[in-house]
Design a protein around this ligand. Structure first.
Ligand SMILES: *[C@@H]1O[C@H](CO)[C@@H](O)[C@H](O)[C@H]1NC(C)=O
Ligand SMILES: *[C@@H]1O[C@H](CO)[C@@H](O)[C@H](O)[C@H]1NC(C)=O
Ligand SMILES: *[C@@H]1O[C@H](CO)[C@@H](O)[C@H](O)[C@H]1NC(C)=O
Ligand SMILES: *[C@@H]1O[C@H](CO)[C@@H](O)[C@H](O)[C@H]1NC(C)=O
Length: 396
């Protein structure tokens, strides 16, 4: 018996050692933020500890991991910069929640809360980011002298980025921004903010190439996903939106010189109670910008105010739109397999530029109703065709 126990123990020890060895060889060098002085109490400012852990990981010549164990970590505005990093890949594994300061003014004038600039090969896995934005929204609602607010998480001028399984709560401004980046994968992200929170876009992509956003759910007060100038090869699949303003390409033509948006695919989306479904929006003024090769494929709309909309006459307060004509040429836009309910009688609205009409608009198998009645469509300066069943009757 004793011998058997001994054998069993050695066997277990053997298995343990083998698995330990496998961990060491396959896993990377790990930097735990606790060893750099972070405190999981939600009260002690851990900003410096996170910066020190980043500096250590970034200085390593191997792939590394920054580990954030369970607990709440108070963080002020932090910029994690690359440029001089030696590490070919840094995984930030978050089992805890990062919390912003209680006083919204501390982040309010910073552009970003957590920003990554000029980094390559960074992955964020898991974690929750609680930006505590609601007092700032209240301040804005009351029209007093409020700061603009910070984006919760931004990646700027960076490559080979992965965000996997993150939860972003109550951002002051945008939740996630991808700007000037190449090869970004966003997967299994959840965004939650009040339906009336101002400028709290879920994910904003701009000046970026090869971005994939999948399996994500976004409840917020502004755009679910907003797509800015200079976006190329964007793939969005299995995203649910609502409340919020829906998926929007634009606003474009903010500036006269502007790169275009091209090759965007949005597949299998669910919109519930959003202001818009698929929107393309530009200012009614001159611009070098354009929109081409866009595919909206497979969507369920539940009580959406403007399920399909192109609005090229955006000009709030009629200011700074001298001749009220958009320079943005929109072409080759496909809407396919879109069904559900519109919350207004006009389910499809194409309001395009007089100078550059929308061309190559294609609708296939679209069925949108309005309170079990026929919905309508309206078209201005739009050219295209339909195939399959399309309801409502289209004015192209
Ligand atoms: C500001 O407006 C919010 C509603 O958005 C309200 O709940 C709050 O009491 C107001 N705060 C002040 C200081 O007026
Ligand atoms: C998204 O979810 C689907 C279905 O659950 C799964 O098959 C797919 O692998 C997921 N995508 C990614 C990128 O993990
Ligand atoms: C469009 O983007 C997808 C990725 O989203 C890519 O696979 C495809 O090659 C691109 N098409 C062109 C014509 O660049
Ligand atoms: C469109 O959807 C409505 C409501 O779901 C349904 O009653 C109708 O049969 C559908 N029409 C077509 C052509 O599929």
């Amino acid at each position: 018996m004793a011998l058997l126990m001994f054998r069993l123990r050695s066997l277990l020890l053997f298995i343990f050692l083998v698995s330990l060895d496998m961990n060491i060889s396959s896993a990377k060098i790990s930097y735990n933020v606790l060893t750099y002085g972070a405190r999981p109490d939600g009260k002690t400012d851990s900003t410096q500890a996170f910066q020190d852990a980043w500096a250590a990981a970034c200085g390593s010549t191997d792939s590394t991991m920054i580990y954030i164990p369970k607990g709440r970590y108070l963080l002020g505005a932090v910029a994690f910069t690359g440029g001089k990093c030696k590490s070919p890949g840094i995984t930030i594994r978050i089992d805890g929640t990062l919390v912003a300061p209680e006083d919204y003014r501390i982040l309010g004038r910073a552009q970003n809360w957590l920003s990554f600039e000029r980094v390559s090969g960074v992955s964020i896995v898991g974690g929750a980011l609680d930006a505590k934005g609601s007092p700032l929204w209240d301040c804005k609602a009351n029209g007093s002298n409020c700061p603009a607010g910070a984006t919760t998480l931004s990646f700027v001028n960076s490559n080979n980025i992965r965000i996997d399984g993150l939860l972003s709560l109550n951002s002051q401004m945008f939740h996630v921004v991808i700007y000037g980046c190449q090869n970004v994968q966003v997967q299994g992200v959840r965004v939650i903010a009040a339906g009336d929170s101002p400028n709290t876009d879920g994910i904003h992509v701009q000046l970026s190439t090869d971005v994939v956003i999948t399996n994500s759910s976004i409840e917020t007060g502004d755009d679910c996903i907003s797509i800015g100038p200079g976006t190329k090869n964007l793939w969005i699949e299995r995203v649910s939106c609502g409340p919020g303003h829906g998926i929007s390409i634009g606003s474009l033509a903010k500036t006269t010189e502007e790169p275009g948006v091209q090759n965007v695919t949005v597949k299998s989306t669910i919109f519930s109670g959003t202001t818009n479904g698929f929107r393309i929006k530009s200012w009614a003024r001159q611009s070098t910008g354009f929109v081409r090769a866009i595919r909206f494929i497979g969507a369920t709309m539940i009580n959406v105010r403007n399920p399909i909309i192109i609005d090229q006459n955006y000009c709030p307060h009629n200011l700074n739109c001298p001749n009220q004509v958009s320079g943005v040429q929109i072409s080759d836009v496909i809407y396919q397999g879109i069904r559900g309910t519109s919350a207004t009688p006009v389910a499809i609205k194409f309001d395009c530029s007089l100078k550059y009409p929308c061309t190559g608009i294609r609708l296939q198998d679209v069925n949108l109703t309005y309170s079990n009645k026929q919905a309508r469509s309206t078209c201005t300066n739009a050219i295209g065709k339909t195939s399959g069943q399309v309801q409502p009757d289209i004015c192209l």
